[in-house]
Every structure is written in structure tokens, then in C-alpha cells.
Design a protein around this ligand. Sequence first.
Ligand code: M3P
Ligand code: FE
Length: 311
Amino acid sequence: MALRGVLRLGEVAIRVLDMDSARKHYVDHMGLIEVMADDSERKIYCKAWDEHDHHSIVLREADEAGLDYFAFKVFNDQVLVDLEARISAYGIEVSRIDAGVYPKSGRRIEFNLPSGHRMQLYAEKEQIGNTLGTRNPGVIPDEGVVRGLCINRLDHCLLGGPNIDESAKLFREVFDFDLSERIEDEESRDSLALFLSCSTKPHDIAFVIQPEPGRFHHVSFLLESPTDVIHAADMIGKHRIPVDVGPNRHGVTRGNTIYFFDPSGNRNEVFSGGYVHYPDTPTLTWDTSQMGPAQFSQDNIPRESFLTVVT
Ligand code: M3P
Ligand code: FE
């Protein structure tokens, strides 16, 4: 697996109810960097410090919270050409979006997943760097660049909807992702949650079963260390950010985690760690007899909210 196909989750567009409080949360408290604002569209664009691309998070003020769309970056335009043909041959309608329609971005293709989510792929986005430069870059940016929860980068998102087996099949058969982990019902063996990787991370995207299509479970950001997770917990407490769970450690993926909510009710996660996944790593299966250890391995208490609270 040289990473020459789908590279990573590159953009998550989140609806928020009020931009002032969203900016306070994502920029002032979490420490994402606001790189651009579009007042007419009521959007702001943000990045984490150790990302080279122009932005990874788009916040849009709207009447309802949740996910507008998410986009994966692919290696080059030829991958985009190949994937468009493969998605169409698979039986999913694909539309094309010209370069520049999405700011700082090359052309995109867009389609809907069986779970009801709008997904895009793109190969080009303006790179503005991580402030360290690319020659003798050092390891730590100048004071003030790394702030708040000390987030290194956007990592993954977890989406809720029906037909999660079908969405996972598309990722495996068309996008060449691996199924790294699966939570199933102990009796029916039905899938409850599916974790998929296109890299050496335990997951780049995951799906959880939900009756309503297109739901947003969480967007997750990578921190450098478990020490930073504890620091983030202090900051979350200081700013009175509502916590869902944590600090704790997922059994699934083994990440040290905190789940919390933005002012619109969208769930966020910061985490560090997790094992290394390779394409020959066997799929790990959990079942509902071990929901506690699967979800939160430090107290083994399953949280009902994991399967019910989404935006
Ligand atoms: C993650 C992660 C559960 C697994 C969740 C996993 C709660 O969100 O980032 O590893 O079962
Ligand atoms: Fe997560």
C-alpha cells in the first residue's frame, strides 16, 4: 500500500447554528486557525497547524446543525479520473464540480453514499504550509501557532445512517479501503459500526447504524500525545465545553480520547495514539456482549449516547 490512491479526509463541512459561538469554540477554544471568512455565505474556513493544505474545516451558519458534506483528497487527477469511472460503473451517479467552485480547490467529483451522506473527492488544494517551512523545518512552530487543544490535524469522521454495510462495501471495493474493525450485534450479527482505513491508521472514516440518513456522529482531530489529551481535558473544563465522554481510551482503534460538543450540538473528538494498520492486518470484530470495552476500555461502561446522539 503505497498511498497513491485516496490519501486522507481533507475537508469536513459542518453546519452550525450561530457563527459567533462556533468561532469561539473552534478557533478561540479548540485552537484551529481561521484562514478565511466568507461573510456573504456565512462560512469560515479553518485548518490545524500541522496541515499544509489551505483548510480542512468549513463552518457554515444554518438553521440546523450537522454535516453538509465531507471530502477526501486523492493523490492526483488521474486517480480522480479512475475513481469517477469506477464509481459510475458501480452504479452510483457522480457529478463534476469545476475547479474554483470550492475556494482554493481544484475540480471535484461528488456523489451520495447509501448511508445518505454527500461525499466529494478532489486532488488539488492550495498549500499554505504549516509555518515550519520545508527546508530545515524544525519541530515546533513559533509561540502562538499551537493553541487551545493543541490539535495537529483533522483525522477522521464517524457518520450515522442506514445501509452502513453498503457504504462500507463502496469504500472497500471502489476506494480500496480496508475494514479495520467492526462492531456487530451478538445475536443477529448485524453491523452496528464499521471502521475503514485507507492508510496505516486504524481508521480514516467510520459508520454507525442510525435510522435516519446523513447523520453526523463526530469529527475527530489528532493530538500529539496522551499528555496532550489530558491538557485538552483541562482546557475543555476551563472553557465549560460540554463533555460527552472522557478522557478515556477506545477499545476500538485504541485511541486515547475525549468526546465533547460544539455549541450547536455537533460532537467533536480529540485523540492520540491507536495501533498501526496494514492492508494485511485482520479485521477486528467486537460484539454487543463487550460494548463497554469496545467503546471505552478504561471503565468498560458502554455509553448509550454513542448509538443515539447525532446531528
Ligand atoms: C472512535 C475513534 C466506539 C469507537 C469509537 C471510535 C465508541 O471514535 O476515534 O477511535 O466504539
Ligand atoms: Fe473517533
